[in-house]
Every structure is written in structure tokens, then in C-alpha cells.
Design a protein around this ligand. Structure first.
Ligand code: ADP
Ligand code: ADP
Length: 223
């Protein structure tokens, strides 16, 4: 199991400061919800922790090593090999079938097609998606599409799953079902989770909640 940490991270977009000295440490296997008002810097913090954005100041550590100083190529390889992603609107590839979408991280990691599709199969039963393997993403309901996105985020057994408003496009019952599946699957495989949400009911699934305000992580609440 692996943890991830931001130390005194600052990042501005032009003149706009998004993060202003943010500190957060997520322990191996821990599920942390990042909450806070719109525009407070939650997504930017997630993108920094995930090695997508490079901070202007501060450090990002993953599995005991510093990653913000790595080249773009090495950060990209690190994301592919160790991180999973789930975003608000699923972002499935419409041209691919559901099972190809789930298998995608394995295919990108160099697993052969037949093996990747085989490895994807258990996720369909596990997430209540049995029978949907051959469908296109456009034929799915919002809740189904988000469960497919979740399967894709976890299929390569990432050390850390980064989820940015993973239930934001769903009604609250469907959202809670997706969260329940996310937390159960992450715990089963020991995946650390960093979850951005503005929804207190979603955050309640986490082990711990942190609040981002004005680009700083300034409150810690036990879930
Ligand atoms: P949150 O996720 O809490 O809504 P964000 O991290 O998305 O907040 O944004 C923090 C601040 O940075 C906001 O003022 C936002 O407008 C700004 N911001 C975020 N991304 C960009 C970008 N790509 N270009 C310019 N400004 C951005
Ligand atoms: P917002 O938080 O502003 O609503 P998203 O969280 O959906 O937007 O934005 C995801 C951003 O991260 C996009 O700019 C996308 O290009 C980028 N992104 C998503 N996954 C990866 C990845 N695996 N590697 C690199 N960049 C990624």
C-alpha cells in the first residue's frame, strides 16, 4: 500500500493563486475526502498530488519519493503504473465498448488485449454491470457510466485512486451506491483514495475529511 503527500504546495494560474501553501498527507490505504467551497483549490490540489500539475513551490511525495521534480515523461509513466482516475462525468471513450473502456488502463500499460479483457471481467459482477460488456458508453445510464469509470479507475490495481467529484453528476441515491462500491473495492485491494467532493454525504464515506479554503488545507475532521 502506498501513501501520497503534499508539502507546502503553492500554484497560481497566471495572477490567480489556486494553492497557497497546502499540506496534506494521505496514509497508505487511507480514504481521504477533500472538501471546501467552489474555487478553493480542491481540484488543483488533486492534480498536484496526482502528478498532473507541477506546483510552483513545495513538494509532492508518493511512496516515499519526491515526484514533482520528475520529468513529464516519468510523471506520465508513474501515473500510468501507479494511479487510477475517476472524474465527474465518467469521461468514457464513446468509440469503445464498455469492456474496452474498463480494460483501457491495462492496454495502455502494455497488457495484451485478450489478457486485458479477461482481467476486466470480474469488475462487471463486482459493480453490478453484468451483461453490459458489449455496450457503448452512450447507451448507459449516468450511474452505470460512473460505475464503468470506477472499474476503469481500479482495474490496474493502482496504489492511489484520485476521484474528482465522482458522484457529482448523479442523483443522491445513485451517488451513494457508487460511493459504497468505490469504498468497498478500494479497501479490498488496499488502494489509497483521494476524493474531491463538495457533498457531505459523499465525504462521510471517507476515513478522514480535510477542508480546503483559499488554497490551504486548514481544518481536519475525523469522519
Ligand atoms: P475547486 O476544485 O475547489 O473548485 P480549483 O482548484 O478548480 O477549485 O480552482 C482554484 C482556483 O484556480 C479558482 O480560482 C479557479 O478559477 C482557478 N483555476 C483552476 N484551474 C484553472 C486554469 N486551468 N486556469 C486558470 N485558472 C484556474
Ligand atoms: P474540473 O475539476 O476542472 O471539473 P476535471 O477534474 O474533470 O475538471 O479535469 C481533469 C483534468 O485532468 C483534465 O484537464 C484532464 O486533461 C486531466 N487528466 C485527467 N486524467 C489525466 C491523466 N491520467 N493524466 C494526465 N492528465 C489527466
Amino acid at each position: 500500500m502506498t501513501g501520497v503527500e503534499a508539502r507546502d504546495v503553492a500554484l497560481s494560474f497566471g495572477e490567480t493563486p489556486a494553492l497557497r501553501g497546502a499540506n496534506v498527507s494521505v496514509a497508505p490505504g487511507e480514504i481521504v475526502a477533500v472538501m471546501g467551497p467552489s474555487g478553493s483549490g480542491k481540484s488543483t490540489l488533486l492534480h498536484c498530488l496526482a502528478g498532473i500539475l507541477v506546483p510552483d513551490r513545495g513538494e509532492i511525495h508518493f511512496d516515499g519519493r519526491r515526484i514533482d521534480t520528475l520529468s513529464e515523461t516519468r510523471r506520465s509513466a508513474l501515473r500510468r503504473d501507479h494511479f487510477g482516475f475517476v472524474f465527474q462525468f465518467g469521461q468514457l471513450v464513446p468509440e469503445l465498448t464498455v469492456e474496452e473502456n474498463v480494460a483501457l488502463p491495462l492496454l495502455l500499460g502494455g497488457v495484451r488485449r485478450a489478457a486485458a479483457l479477461r482481467e476486466a471481467q470480474p469488475w462487471f459482477d463486482r459493480l453490478g454491470l453484468a451483461g453490459l460488456q458489449g455496450r457503448r458508453s452512450g447507451e448507459l445510464s449516468g450511474g452505470q457510466a460512473q460505475r464503468v469509470a470506477l472499474a476503469r479507475g481500479l482495474v490496474a490495481r493502482p496504489g492511489v485512486l484520485f476521484a474528482d467529484e465522482p458522484t457529482g453528476a448523479l442523483d443522491s441515491l445513485t451517488g451513494e451506491q457508487v460511493m459504497d462500491l468505490l469504498v468497498t473495492a478500494a479497501r479490498e485491494q488496499g488502494t489509497t483514495v483521494v476524493l474531491v467532493t463538495h457533498d457531505a454525504r459523499v465525504a462521510a464515506y471517507a476515513d478522514r475529511q480535510v477542508i480546503v479554503r483559499d488554497g490551504k488545507v486548514n481544518a481536519l475532521v475525523r469522519a
